[in-house]
Design a protein around this ligand. Structure first.
Ligand code: NAD
Ligand code: FE2
Length: 385
């Protein structure tokens, strides 16, 4: 049996955030709980939403206690603030961090038995849908607006918890590339590589099938064609628009079929060093692709190379594997992604503990090659220097 879960309604295109007013009227909501983070207020991105709310006389309560790589405390403070706010729906504006925090808040408000947040890790058995949420991504990466996942740090356990729960899916996704124009180059590059990692990992996961493959191949093609342009020229509106769509399309697939150990290995880097999620994935992706080439997924590498623009005519599987890894490395280097863990503050003496944490991550089950702590440790070491 296959299952597909997508959000109810999605809008795409420059300026489409104006639809918030119509959607609020149509659904009869009265007051918004507006979740975002402090940098988005500073860069004027939050203003683009408050303008829409003010113009339509929609009252809101602002909540911005969200850090990049959000924590259990961020969620719990949000739950308290929501309860006091008198709001009846959530607007989540941001990258994965703000949207994931909003998902956690919306779940705990309607499922108070999970108030510790820790018990939501993995596949959580919540009974009620989250508070209805409008999600507006400001990065072209995580696709949190269309996924059934959210990722929260348990600081005590030094762990990034992946929470999988169809009840968390936003009701409305509003993918307005104008909200992404202010992303600096490094963030555009890292978040775009996160989207590419989603597409590649879920293209080769054992649960992949015709429908998820369709999403992921298209996403890989669009990212390969547009990411460098979006990084080099942040005002390239076509590249921004295509990246906004591509990351969503990748999300439609990976949310339903899962990921692999690039994500398992990236999560502990976030928990230990606060490494930006996209940077961690981007750096690890080619190393893990090399490792996973020794799996039944190998023949699919050729398709990845083809989607990335390589002429794959007449290539055998081995050549396809090489071509796909080279294409990913070339794109990553061309947008200045760091290539070694030693360059981004990882400590060599932590590698064993990182490997233990990665092996225990929810995403490990989706890897095409059965793995072990030892194998993961060896990949970290290879990527270290
Ligand atoms: N829910 C999911 O399915 C899913 C998938 C992948 C990753 N994640 C999680 O999402 C988080 C990462 O999210 P992210 O990579 O989108 O980044 P982020 O939300 O952590 O944001 C990083 C920084 O960029 C800033 N920023 C965001 N948009 C900006 C813009 N338009 N202009 C200027 N600055 C901007 C933010 O304010 C923040 O300071 C991680 O915790 C990761 O584990 C979730
Ligand atoms: Fe990701």
């Amino acid at each position: 049996m296959k299952r597909i879960i997508l959000n109810e309604t999605s809008y795409f295109g420059a300026g489409c955030r104006s639809v918030i007013a119509e959607e609020v009227a149509r659904r009869g909501f009265r007051k918004a709980f507006f979740v975002t983070d402090k940098d988005l207020i500073k860069f004027g991105v939050a203003d683009k939403i408050t303008q829409v709310l003010n113009a339509a006389s929609i009252p809101f309560e602002l909540f911005s206690d969200v850090k990049a790589n959000p924590t259990i405390a961020n969620v719990q403070h949000g739950v308290e603030a929501y309860k006091k706010s008198g709001a009846d729906f959530i607007i989540a504006l941001g990258g994965g961090s703000s949207i994931d925090t909003a998902k956690g808040i919306g779940i705990v408000v309607n499922n108070p038995e999970f108030a510790d947040v820790k018990s939501l890790e993995g596949v959580a058995d919540t009974k009620h849908k989250a508070v209805p949420t409008f999600a507006l991504p400001t990065t072209a990466g995580t696709a949190a607006e269309v996924t059934i996942n959210y990722v929260i740090i348990d600081e005590d356990a030094k762990k990034k918890m992946v929470c999988v729960d169809p009840n968390d899916i936003p009701a409305v996704a509003i993918i307005d590339p104008e909200l992404m124009y202010s992303m600096p180059k490094g963030l555009t590059a890292a978040t775009g590589m996160d989207a590419l990692t989603h597409a590649i990992e879920s293209y080769i996961t054992p649960g992949a099938w015709a429908m998820s493959d369709m999403f992921e191949i298209k996403a890989i093609e669009m990212i390969a064609q547009n990411l460098k342009n979006a990084v080099d020229n942040g005002n390239d509106t076509l590249a921004r628009d295509n990246m906004a769509q591509a990351q969503y399309i990748a999300g439609m697939g990976f949310s339903n079929v899962g990921l692999g150990i690039v994500h398992s290995m990236a999560h502990p880097l976030g928990a230990f060093y606060d490494t930006p999620h996209g940077v961690a994935n981007a750096l690890l992706l080619p190393y893990v692709m090399e490792y996973n080439a020794d799996s039944p997924a190998a023949p699919k590498y050729k398709d990845i190379a083809g989607a990335m623009g390589v002429d794959i005519e007449g290539m055998n599987t081995e050549e396809g594997v090489k071509a796909a890894i080279e294409a990913v490395k070339k794109l990553s280097e061309s947008i200045n992604i760091p290539q070694k863990l030693s360059e981004i503050g990882v400590k060599e003496e932590d590698i064993h503990d990182l490997a233990v944490a990665a092996y225990g991550d929810v995403c490990t089950g989706g890897n095409p090659r059965p793995t072990s702590v030892e194998d993961i440790e060896a990949i970290y070491r290879k990527a270290y220097r």
